[in-house]
Design a protein. Structure first.
Length: 181
């Protein structure tokens, strides 16, 4: 647990969480009905980010660590959408939005350094073919199965003109039929 809490990315995530908490406390003073929803959105994502860092550190497989990293990225994006929206709805000060942008940028720098440290060799083949590491024969075979260029293009006939003049004229006639004369 100490190792997790000493990670620079985790420390920055805690700072994001603390700032989110302060923003939500300020929003409690507003009578806007949207305030509760935005507060929940901000805090649930700030909390989830901490949990996903712990999940990624708890599992060694590269694909699982990257799954958690993607969820963190999406959580940051959703949280920032809510933060910016609070300003638009007049529930938050502009300086809180800028403070959060700055804090998220600090977090992003640590996040990138953190994921670059993931061990790509510690993984199993991905049968869903979401991530490819063509260093293994299994992955190369999956990649070949995913897209067959010849099969894809054989469905097109060289004589077919998808956008010939007749088609565009027919479309123009239909558009003209809707216009009053």
């Amino acid at each position: 647990m100490n190792r997790l809490m000493n990670l620079p990315v985790y420390k920055k995530a805690e700072e994001v969480y603390e700032l989110a908490k302060a923003m939500v406390e300020v929003m409690e003073d507003t009578d806007k009905r949207e305030a509760e929803w935005f507060s929940n959105e901000i805090m649930s994502n700030a909390t989830m980010i901490l949990g996903k860092i712990a999940n990624a550190e708890g599992g060694g497989l590269y694909s699982l660590r990257m799954y958690n990293a993607v969820r963190i990225r999406l959580g940051i994006q959703d949280m920032m959408t809510a933060v910016i929206s609070t300003e638009m709805f007049g529930m938050n000060e502009d300086d809180y939005v800028q403070l959060m942008r700055d804090k998220v940028e600090e977090f992003r720098i640590e996040f990138v350094a953190w994921i670059r440290g993931f061990d790509k060799s510690n993984d199993i083949p991905d049968d869903w073919a979401i991530r490819f590491d063509t260093s293994t024969p299994e992955q190369e075979k999956l990649e070949e199965l995913m897209f067959d260029e010849d099969k894809f293009f054989e469905s097109f006939d060289d004589g077919d003109d998808w956008f010939d003049d007749e088609d565009s004229k027919e479309g123009d006639d239909e558009d003209d039929a809707d216009k009053p004369k």
